[in-house]
Design a binder for this molecule. Structure first.
Ligand SMILES: [Mg+2]
Length: 218
């Protein structure tokens, strides 16, 4: 999460620099306007409608697939299985490590309904579930409890990011963790995430990308 919010702020403030003289002041997005657009997207039902569309398509694809003993679907956590949108609202889409730790410790993230319904369908059809999250290992217990309290009670493994994995990109970290699962004998049939770094790289299976306009994790 730290990198997430930092990234959007850096992006917003440096966009004009990257584009040099191509932009005039009228073309620079105003941070307040962008925040209002994000709030509008969530309030006006467009976010829910987008999710519905994505999972209608995913359900149709999975209707054609029979699970095997080792069929695994990998979910990201933040803004995928659990929403931290309230955290964004509480802190005006700002971030620092202390308030994020507090939020995780309080286990206030809530299940995203459409994702939870999809998860339920997969579990009922015998698919195995793994969570791979960018949250670090110190958040393992709180994250596990938050997942369970929000109804994600059945899963094979929850993988949090160890200190050495913090030195690399999310894309590499998640790809490496998926490879370890394949080496253990799993067949990854799908990856679900709000970031392209959740679903790109080797062993991704069917890619299910859900929206997130708050931050980007590479
Ligand atoms: Mg995420």
């Amino acid at each position: 999460m730290k990198k997430h919010f930092s990234f959007i702020l850096i992006l917003l403030f440096t966009l004009p620099l990257w584009n040099g003289c191509k932009l005039n002041n009228k073309e620079i997005p105003n941070l307040s306007d962008v925040k209002a657009q994000i709030e509008g997207y969530h309030k006006n039902g467009k976010y829910d409608a987008d999710l519905k569309k994505i999972f209608t398509k995913a359900n149709l694809e999975f209707a054609k697939i029979t699970s095997k003993e080792n069929s695994l679907v990998i979910f990201d956590i933040d803004e995928t299985t659990l929403s931290n949108y309230q955290f964004g609202l509480d802190y005006d889409f700002g971030y620092n490590e202390e308030i994020w730790d507090e939020w995780v410790n309080e286990k206030r993230a809530t299940a995203i309904k459409e994702v939870k319904d999809f998860y339920n369908m997969l579990v009922s059809k015998g698919f195995r579930i793994a969570f791979i999250t960018g949250r670090n290992t110190s958040h393992y217990n709180d994250t596990k409890e938050n997942l369970i309290s929000e109804g994600y009670t059945i899963f094979d493994t929850l993988i949090t990011r160890k200190m050495d994995a913090l030195k690399t990109t999310a894309l590499i970290y998640k790809s490496e963790e998926r490879q370890k699962l394949v080496d253990k004998g799993y067949e990854i049939v799908a990856t679900v995430g709000d970031q392209y770094s959740d679903i790109l790289g080797a062993n991704h299976g069917i890619q299910i990308k859900i929206p997130n306009y708050q931050y980007i994790v590479k």
